[in-house]
Design a protein around this ligand. Sequence first.
Ligand SMILES: Cc1cc2nc3c(=O)[nH]c(=O)nc-3n(C[C@H](O)[C@H](O)[C@H](O)COP(=O)(O)OP(=O)(O)OC[C@H]3O[C@@H](n4cnc5c(N)ncnc54)[C@H](O)[C@@H]3O)c2cc1C
Length: 297
Amino acid sequence: MKKYPSLRRLPKFEYIAPTTLEEATRFLSEHKNEARPIAGGTDLLLNMKRRAAVPQFVVGLRNIPDLDRIAYDEGKGLRIGPMVTIHDVETSPLVLEKYPILSQAAATLGSIQIRNLGTVVGNVCNALPSADMVPSLIALGTRVKIINGTDERLVVLEDFITNVGKTVLAPGEVVAELQVPELPSKGAGTYIKYAQRGAKALGICNVAAWLSMKDDTCTDVRICLGAVGQTPIRAVQAEAVLKGQPFTPEKVKEAGQIVSKEAQPRTSLLRGSAEYRKEMVGVLTERALKNVRDQIG
Ligand SMILES: Cc1cc2nc3c(=O)[nH]c(=O)nc-3n(C[C@H](O)[C@H](O)[C@H](O)COP(=O)(O)OP(=O)(O)OC[C@H]3O[C@@H](n4cnc5c(N)ncnc54)[C@H](O)[C@@H]3O)c2cc1C
């Protein structure tokens, strides 16, 4: 069985509390490999206790105003700031109305204590394949706004996470915002997390599915799989089977079978064999697609 490094006391570090994002990125750029940003700390502090990360400086984003804002503009979509917690997204009336799949995903993450501290951006930047917010955000076409001083760039979330715990962020860069596009009105989505202890464990496999329909035809579809590869995986071959086609039980079954082939899980004593997880992620996809179809009506 994989041996997890035991938790030790936190190593010594200096806490830096900038009051603007520009100040934060300047400090991070000047101390490239010695400094790390911290949001809720639910991942970073554990990694420090495991000595997986030993930064000399920890740069808190808490004193920077307005980073905890969720904003929505008609025609543009949703913006999630870097200090927006999982609990904020779970309970935001705006998110519940316009992007319920995100509230649903948030409700599956950890315990209430973790959701109160942990942020959506922290979940994305930690870049684990099992991160619960990521599949739904990818299925919604989210873009990541990255800043470094006064420079900024946008990266599609699908391309942001490159491997287990790895992102395209260069030292000194921080995520300033997640941008979720406006969605067509005749669309809906769902997130299913399959875990041994419901919300209190990382997923064995997870699926986010988003569909839009015109009459009985599927006009757009996005399926993203979690915990079955090195990164969350967009199931593009399964999507191709559904897109532009009448939405039938046969097509849904075929999409599930293709997803089982697209998934690349490994065998884990804690989470099951690769074969089992491949089978289950196909089953979950079928369930998710049927559920979304029922929501659209
Ligand atoms: C008991 C427990 C249960 C958990 N259960 C789950 C679960 O069920 N599902 C799940 O997905 N996760 C789970 N987690 C993991 C964790 O809570 C989430 O990933 C959380 O969303 C991380 O957010 P944070 O704000 O705490 O991140 P932090 O720990 O503050 O940061 C995480 C990483 O992101 C970087 N970072 C943070 N903000 C920025 C930024 N703006 N720009 C650039 N880099 C940044 C940090 O440097 C660090 O590397 C659990 C953790 C614990 C301790």
